[in-house]
Design a protein around this ligand. Sequence first.
Ligand SMILES: Nc1ncnc2c1ncn2[C@@H]1O[C@H](COP(=O)(O)OP(=O)(O)OP(=O)(O)O)[C@@H](O)[C@H]1O
Ligand SMILES: N[C@@H](CCC(=O)O)C(=O)O
Ligand SMILES: N[C@@H](CS)C(=O)O
Length: 520
Amino acid sequence: MIPDVSEALSWLEKHPEALTGIGRGIERESLRVQPDGHLSQQGHPGTLGSALTHEWIITDFAESLLEFVTPVDRDVSHLLAFLRDIHRHVSRELGNERLWPFSMPCIIRDPENITLAQYGTSNIGRMKTVYREGLKHRYGSLMQVISGLHYNFSLPEAFWKAKFAEKDAAPDKDDVSDGYLQLIRNYYRFGWVIPYLFGASPAICETFLPQGAGDLPLEGNGKGTLWLPYATSLRLSDLGYTNKSQSALGITFNSLEGYVAALKKAIKTPSEQYAKLGVTDSEGKRIQLNTNVLQIENELYAPIRPKRVIRSGEAPSEALKRGGIEYIEVRSLDVNPFTPIGINDEQVRFLDMFLIWCALAEAPEMSADELQCTRGNWNRVVMEGRKPGLTLRSGCGEFVYPLKEAGLGLFEGLERIAKVLDSTQEGDHYQQVCQNLLRSVEDPEQTYSARILRDMQQQGLAGAGITLAEHYHQMLVSEPLEVLTDEQFRHQAEASVLAQKKIEANDTLSFEEYLAGRKG
Ligand SMILES: Nc1ncnc2c1ncn2[C@@H]1O[C@H](COP(=O)(O)OP(=O)(O)OP(=O)(O)O)[C@@H](O)[C@H]1O
Ligand SMILES: N[C@@H](CCC(=O)O)C(=O)O
Ligand SMILES: N[C@@H](CS)C(=O)O
């Protein structure tokens, strides 16, 4: 089931320089909650600046759903210190509010109390809020306040030069795009290892399922916390931040042209279901940007996305067409509850190794149906990944491969990559991470989901969340800033407010003209 990458590994071992300069960026989401764990009803704190234009501190779906974004970084410790400084600064500005430490939301009795994120009166600001109105009507606000941790990753030019060394010319943007598409196809085939190791949403609050659990064999503590005994990431299940109907979009990753064409088609294809909602409500207020399957390209909820930094007004797919794939966005990480900042050094280093492995392993082209078959392994892992003897499948075949064997096979390759990565710097951090995570492959009860489930069963999800939120708050507010300064945060907040005002002052089109002119 696990492809043999020894040939590719041998060229990598000859070119350790190919792994110097990996680019990384993190987006961490977290709900602002009241001390009792209920969702904040306050607006985005003014001292944090504008959520529309701030470089590091924005909001996702809801006014209370913070999102912290780090710039690209090539040093793991600096990246995590930057992210921690953002958490330290924001925590100091929250007053009696706290940052929810889990992916699955806290106690939300009435989803109507979830205020959509507000971005001011400019056309782009109004568009972002109408987009969220559409998400609310299409998927419901409860799904949209699930918090994720997105890991952005790029390989250095030296990697592509070594990989395409047999070509007489230096690799061009099409070679690099094809290399990232190979990585993405392998991510669909083997990325289930991420929720297995790091999934941290085995439980939910019963308020998350107002319509009930259907035929899911959920267990509970009789006090509002529900779980599946072997679940790893309900966030990635059909209960969570996914949309089954999107599998019909025919998105494939065999060529960049094919991917872009399918994405552009999806934002132009009317949806009968969403047409029934209408574009405006009975009072003429816009309730979605349009009635297409995807309102904008961001609405494609894929576990991984090919990306290029966009220019002002450019759609993500247009940036990809312009310059090819620049980096990839891994969207399958739950918020890690064992650290105040949602991700730790071990996860960053594992992802480095795994994504390099995905870029090396052979990855035959995959049809939309074959991509859909890979969901089978992901669904098994998110719903019951820790079940003893669980089996996975290769392609669309039978479920005959024990997860443990597949995991051990994968780690054989990762350990060779770890040695190359460690050879480029001090210490044996990457090899240590492999050794530590192998314990979770051998024993599912060492995984993140097993560990946090025990806490949630004992204290209840809300109780465990409130305790952790308070503990992390006290920790963060007591720590001095490490790589940023108060002055930089003050400047960022002021500059973001001025930038928003400038956008609002420079609008020339009406809102409807602006929407009509948007490309994605
Ligand atoms: N070359 C790169 N390599 C690795 N990470 C990158 C690279 N370029 C940008 N990033 C990271 O990607 C992330 C981009 O996040 P940002 O929210 O700014 O854009 P986005 O993800 O396109 O927006 P949205 O979240 O609305 O889709 C940042 O963390 C940034 O550091
Ligand atoms: N909150 C979503 C991501 C929102 C977005 O698409 O950026 C998640 O859980 O990952
Ligand atoms: N970030 C999510 C919710 S706003 C999206 O873009 O769809």
